[in-house]
Design a protein around this ligand. Sequence first.
Ligand SMILES: CC1=C(/C=C/C(C)=C/C=C/C(C)=C/C=O)C(C)(C)CCC1
Ligand SMILES: [Fe+2]
Length: 357
Amino acid sequence: MAGRCTTRADRAGARPGGARLDEPSAEHAGAPRDLIAVPAALATAVSTTGVAAVLAVEVLVPGGWGAAAWVPLVAGLLLGLPHGAVDHLLPSYRLHWRPVGLLAFAAGYAALAALAWAVFTAAPGPGLLVFVLVSAWHFGTGETAFADLRAGGVPVPRPIAASVLGALVLLVPLARGSSEVAAISAAVVPGWDGQLPGAVRVAVLAVVLPAAVLLAGVSAARRRWLEAGEVLLLLALVLVVPPAAAFGTWFGTWHAVRHVARVVAEDPAGAADLRAGRLAPSLRRFAVAAAAPTVAVLVVLTLLWSAADGWRGFVAAYLPLLAALTVPHVLVVAWLDRSAAQAGSRRMGTCGMPSST
Ligand SMILES: CC1=C(/C=C/C(C)=C/C=C/C(C)=C/C=O)C(C)(C)CCC1
Ligand SMILES: [Fe+2]
């Protein structure tokens, strides 16, 4: 942990109550604490309830998810759609872009996605490997950034915690494997049976599971109780629920919901309402902004669904599309994290960051 140190705002006496600087601070935030607090609390409630509900079905209903394991996967993939469909809002909120700028952004976004799609379909094996690794990084950094913001800090890079979390929610389900995961992987990569080599599976599980337990322990030791509990909840999810269902639940009710909370907190038009603890107007504006792009993607997915032979074919066609859209999405979110961190450190200096687990 960082020791006591002095920042510009500290010297100006802007930290009431003399809070430790290695604790996230209200003044430090990219989207300040009073803006993120309500959306983050709701997102936390939704994500933990969603995961707990899926876990409860597995544990309490005789037979668990069984043959219905594909339902949380497909539902999660669909629920997660709007979180990427609003990427254009972020530069418009932060950089105050006008329609021309947004049009250029959309064109760049589409061009990058098209390029990624072409590369993925030309080389699906390496494409899937890179997609999985980039996704794990994106999931992990998204999680640490959200936790930092929720705690009132700025999203500082925490590469170890992010790697463990990203690996936990994506690599563990893939390493556990299942007939669903293998069938989808085989459909995405022609000529592959979709099975990972046994040594790779064992290595992933042997490294990631103890690392996750350690992360929970370190978070608890630092009195980050909520984060510690969340790691344990996610650990239970990926170990108990069938892998494809576990991933869909994570994506739809956790990653996407938490990202939406960040986007909502970024909306300058919602600031006064959020400060007053009113979330509904911001959520309404988000729904309006997300509606058109979500409908556009849903139309494409409906076409895919009707062309596909069952849900496996659908997910196999969906994945290259998701991989393609993930490239610009990951870049936009990485830029958001950086600019939030810079805004925070401009306000406070760079000394008081959350610990770099
Ligand atoms: C390979 C594979 C999967 C991987 C999905 C991934 C990697 C999704 C990433 C989504 C992202 C990064 C969205 C943006 O936020 C599944 C569906 C779990 C199961 C079948 C095999
Ligand atoms: Fe995302």
